[in-house]
Write a protein of this length. Structure first.
Lengths: 411, 291
């Protein structure tokens, strides 16, 4: 065999090996196809996958009719609707575009009260106010014109970006809610006509993913979290964020959640250097951060407090913590040790199962005593002594490198 | 002659019935619905929003936005029920057609509007109490400026001198007793403190009065305030009464635990009867004369 033939064969091998690396077209296609072939309850993301792949379009349009046929109450509906519209804009029939337009005239979704809610709400409104840019106030559910909506949405987006990069997130390092930041940012970076919003959204996306990559260990989002859940505390590799972790950081993806279709349908590719950060664990390192508490509406001054956060990352484990106190209500994970392991339950964590009307009243505007009475219907498990999430005012945490001390002075 | 009298009586009856059809009392109440697991601390579930009744609370109709946390409503008196302001989780909204269409007046800087008040002498002036402070407008809510400290405000109102007063739920002047309820549950009679929040009585939330009685409501129900400055609990089952009004000899009260409650104020016995919206968390009740 001539050297030339060797070179040809070697080149073909390289090409074959590289066809399904992280975020390659092959992986994107595989993700969309898998979501399209999976049976979900009607969701905009699953419908999007079916329409993009041409798989069972009759079922897809039937599900879309369901999603547009009754009024859903919040920003979760809004960002999914925006994702479908812009991902499928070139193939969506005019009649469905008109149906979607009518929904945004008549449905009255709730804006919510957290950063991820506002990002979904204003991100979706920004894109649609660009799409339908000359409508007067009577054509929008909140009685404001396209121009007014666009200006307000842009102002909030720029404000949020500025605050976050300057003083940190309030919903920092959430293995659950990171999921709801990524889609709006991807949609804005891909489909916005505004060059400033497009580039800043992409930068924010990379800011969030770079932050994730530092605390990524074999599929788990390590360290302390603003908002966690019982299930994801016990199995840290099985979270909403882990699905994006696999998509962005790994060469194959098994934990596929439907929203990934919105990212896979775009041209966005994460810079290689961030992917490398997620895997370079030869030397242990410390990560110190300043993040923000959720806004406190009662009892505490200042309303927003800076929170110090510390994570020690080693090759086979990660130990992380927050400074003492309640930065987020109900769902805080103050400290944890996550091990790199094939065993899904590879975590050690502890807490004082605290609950009180004062904690709820500190962060929510409703009547504190009444909230405590009703909380179990909304956030089940909050008052349980067996819960795995939540912070306590009686907890003191101290950490230096891989040594962590917690004391609980409970009255 | 009989025919003339009959015609006169008929026309009088028609005039009177027409008058009553044109002007009548409308009740408004604001609802959250946080018993739905999909809602976020009183968030977005079905049933939340503004409800109205044109038959003294016998039946209720949902008006305007669904899926909105609705804390407070104010009606411009001179509009006869056409111009309404709502204090909501999303901000402050206005309708100028009795609730058929709404305009969101505030932007992203304003959230969790707990109370909204109108200067009825000059209805261009609107103020709102929010979870992060007080805001005021002098052009019907088109533009806003912060008008108080950046802290939680649950109530505000325009006093007799048309000044907007934060931190006060209401003041009542009745039989030479001036009763002031502060939004942290403090109760003052003629300047002297009577009871504080987190006392045995729990938080206090609203004040109402009739010709001869003063009522204060709170977590445990409704208290009647007597001349010896003693609060008597007059309710049994309705608890968490967040707002109440008296109209003639009737009291309408709404409960965070659910439902509108009505009580006749004749005599000394107090019986509270349910009057609808039992499954909703109700925050405020107002009335207006409408055409």
């Amino acid at each position: 065999m001539t050297p030339f033939k060797y070179i040809i064969i070697f080149t073909i091998c390289i090409i074959l090996c590289k066809t399904s690396y992280a975020q390659s077209d092959a992986i994107k296609f595989e993700v969309i196809e898998k979501i399209a072939q999976t049976e979900y309850h009607p969701t905009f993301s699953a419908v999007t996958a079916k329409l993009l792949e041409g798989i069972n379009p009759k079922l897809a349009y039937g599900q879309l009719d369901t999603l547009l046929g009754r009024e859903y109450g919040d920003m979760f509906w809004m960002y999914g609707c925006a994702g479908l519209y812009f991902s499928c804009k070139n193939i969506l029939p005019v009649s469905y575009k008109q149906k979607i337009r009518e929904c945004w005239k008549h449905f009255t979704p709730y804006r919510g009260d957290t950063e991820n809610h506002f990002l979904m709400y204003y991100g979706s409104l920004f894109l649609f106010s660009e799409e339908w840019d000359s409508l007067d106030a009577s054509e929008w559910f909140m009685g404001r014109s396209s121009q007014e909506i666009n200006a307000e949405s842009k102002e909030w987006l720029l404000y949020w970006i500025h605050e976050t990069v300057r003083t940190g997130m309030t919903e920092f390092d959430s293995p659950r809610y990171l999921y709801y930041y990524i889609t709006p940012l991807v949609l804005l970076s891909e489909y916005s006509r505004d060059s400033a919003i497009r580039s800043k959204s992409e930068m924010m996306l990379e800011y969030l993913l770079a932050n994730y990559s530092v605390k990524y260990l074999g599929g788990s989002y390590c360290g302390a979290h603003s908002r966690d859940a019982n299930e994801s505390t016990l199995v840290p590799s099985n979270t909403e964020a882990a699905s994006y972790g696999e998509y962005f950081f790994e060469d194959s993806i098994t934990h596929i959640l439907p929203d990934i279709v919105f990212v896979a349908a775009t041209s966005y590719v994460l810079p290689e250097i961030i992917r490398e950060i997620a895997h370079k664990r030869n030397n242990s390192f410390e990560c110190t951060e300043i993040v923000r508490s959720r806004r406190r509406v009662r009892y505490e001054i200042p309303a927003v407090k800076s929170i110090h956060k510390y994570t020690y990352m080693a090759r086979d484990y990660a130990l992380g913590s927050l400074e003492s106190g309640i930065a987020q209500p109900i769902q805080q994970r103050t400290w944890s040790l996550v091990l790199r392991s094939q065993n899904p339950y590879s975590v050690i964590a502890g807490l004082h199962p605290y609950y009180s009307a004062k904690e709820l009243g500190t962060f929510f505007p409703e009547e504190p005593s009444f909230m405590l009475e009703k909380i179990e219907a909304v956030k089940a498990g909050y008052t349980s002594e067996d819960k795995w999430v939540g912070a306590s005012p009686y907890e003191t945490v101290w950490q230096r490198r891989n040594e962590l001390r917690c004391s609980y002075d409970i009255p | 002659m009989r025919i003339v009298i009959l015609l006169f009586v008929c026309s009088l009856f028609l005039w009177a019935s027409n008058l009553s059809a044109q002007n009548h009392l409308r009740l408004y109440t604001c609802a959250l619905a946080n018993d739905d697991p999909s809602a976020f601390m009183g968030g977005s579930s079905t049933g939340a929003g503004l409800w109205t009744s044109d038959d003294s609370g016998s039946t209720w109709k949902h008006v305007g936005w669904s899926h909105v946390k609705c804390y407070s409503v104010a009606v411009v008196d001179s509009s006869f029920g056409r111009t309404l302001y709502l204090g909501c989780g999303n901000g402050c909204m206005r309708s100028t057609d009795a609730g058929a269409h709404w305009r969101m007046l505030t932007d992203w800087k304003v959230a969790e509007v707990m109370d909204v008040a109108i200067d009825q002498a000059d209805p261009e002036k609107i103020s709102i109490a929010t979870s992060t402070g007080m805001w005021s407008s002098t052009d019907r809510g088109e533009h806003w400026s912060e008008s108080g400290p950046r802290e939680f405000q649950s109530h505000l109102y325009y006093d007799r001198d048309h000044r907007v007063v934060p931190n006060i739920v209401a003041d009542v002047l009745n039989n030479e007793t001036q009763l002031v309820l502060t939004n942290d549950g403090g109760l003052f009679a003629n300047g002297k403190q009577v009871v504080r929040q987190y006392s045995q009585r729990g938080p206090l939330w609203s004040v109402a009065y009739s010709d001869s009685n003063i009522f204060i409501s709170g977590e445990r129900g409704i208290y009647e305030y007597d001349s010896s400055r003693v609060l008597h609990l007059i309710t049994g089952s309705p608890r968490n009464i967040h707002s109440m009004i008296t109209i003639g000899n009737k009291m309408y009260a709404v409960s965070l635990s659910g439902g509108v409650w009505v009580c006749d104020l004749y005599g000394s016995k107090r019986f509270f009867l349910r009057s609808g919206l039992d499954s909703l968390q109700l925050w405020s009740i107002r009335s207006a004369t409408v055409k």
